[in-house]
Design a protein around this ligand. Sequence first.
Ligand code: G
Ligand code: G
Ligand code: MN
Ligand code: NA
Length: 253
Amino acid sequence: MRLEHDLRRSLDLGELRLYYQPILDTQTAKIVGCEALLRWVHPVREIVPPGNFISLAEETGLIIPIGDWVLRTACIQAQAWHERGMDLHISVNLSTRQFRQHDFRKTIEAALHESGLNPRHLVLEITESLMLEETEQLMQDLRILTQRGIRFSVDDFGTGYSSLSYLRRFPARILKIERNFLSHVHHRSDDAALVEAMVSLAHKLHMKVVAEGVEKVEQWEFLKSCGCDYLQGFYFSRPVPAEQFEDFVRENL
Ligand code: G
Ligand code: G
Ligand code: MN
Ligand code: NA
């Protein structure tokens, strides 16, 4: 398959890029961190969004070297920002397939070691499907990484079917509300009730909450009123290359 062939070569050809989308404090709109999002700059197709190749990368196993590259690149970038006085955390998406690797914890530790990034500045985003893979080894790895100071965040919360039991077992510190829940919060009362309930649930479990997909000022107002901690969305910024992200941080000070 052509796309698979191209994807195999993308790493060596330097076609993969990380874009960064700011994560802001809901009350103050100050940037507290960012999410690293993968982009593939294909010579013919131009920018291929991850929705079009992440599942292929997972099926073919290419997600392992690609995921490793993402993690290392994100940690190096975050450390460079810290050295320039930008006190931000970085969130990196991990595929379930990456956790299945027996040396997954070593990969994370190597990225931190190589970059010099403080583990407290790294957030790993995982989805609920990971819990279907729960093993004693996995849970132990997660506990060890958590003890080192790495935070885990449950991405796309509310879309899986195991959400609540998941929260009970998984040592996550952050909950990310999937953006579909946000689309109508400012004018649809049952969506508003769901988001309020998710925020309150997370807070009772001593978790912080990030709302994704904020596109309108009304959504921001709503999130302020219900005590959601952080937000992310096109209203503030799209995912952008590192230099543009830095400009955004400078203007935000
Ligand atoms: O940036 P965008 O909205 O196009 O991302 C689409 C999806 O691709 C998101 O669900 C996101 O979690 C996933 N994604 C983006 N970057 C990465 C990555 O580096 N690794 C993995 N596993 N998924 C990613
Ligand atoms: O990992 P996750 O599935 O959460 O990836 C976040 C995705 O959401 C990224 O692909 C990013 O481009 C997208 N995104 C971020 N903010 C917004 C937004 O305000 N609106 C929409 N439609 N998508 C967003
Ligand atoms: Mn994510
Ligand atoms: Na998400």
